[in-house]
Design a protein around this ligand. Structure first.
Ligand code: HEC
Ligand code: HEC
Length: 82
């Protein structure tokens, strides 16, 4: 979404009771595995937590995902309880 705020704050939305069930799944897939609707248009370097590929940089932990990657929640951390 090319918005560092979203990268940091999406968990509040995911965990918010006002977010209808299945909101994130609509694009990120039933198992949050990533689909064509969660594809990255361009390569991005994003803030990550503890997934494989997540590396320490001088700015903190980052992962670089290539253009076309079907963004899954597990690119950055374990799959959250839906
Ligand atoms: C309409 C489809 C759609 C929905 C609904 C959606 N996503 Fe995404 N998501 C995407 C796409 C497309 C990308 C890749 C965007 C990019 O970075 O260009 C993405 C990327 C992300 C990223 C990586 C950071 C970023 O900015 O790229 C996170 C985190 C994320 N989504 C979390 C969520 C969460 C949590 C929800 C539910 C509250 C959600 N998404 C709902 C399509 C969606
Ligand atoms: C580009 C990396 C990235 C992607 C993709 C991503 N997240 Fe996160 N997520 C993070 C980071 C970084 C944190 C820790 C943020 C913090 O602690 O403030 C986090 C934290 C969370 C948390 C809080 C619990 C925890 O493990 O810290 C939830 C819930 C969450 N994300 C849901 C999702 C969902 C649902 C998706 C997929 C739709 C998703 N995330 C995709 C980077 C990502």
């Amino acid at each position: 979404m090319n918005d560092p705020g979203w990268n940091r704050d999406h968990k509040e939305v995911f965990n918010d009771d006002r977010t209808p069930a299945g909101t994130c799944q609509a694009c990120h897939g039933r198992e949050l595995e990533g689909t064509v609707l969660s594809r990255l248009p361009v390569e991005r370097t994003l803030i990550c937590k503890d997934a494989p590929g997540c590396r320490a940089t001088s700015q903190g932990k980052r992962i670089t995902l290539r253009a076309g990657t079907k963004v899954s929640c597990t690119h950055c951390h374990r799959r959250p309880e839906a």
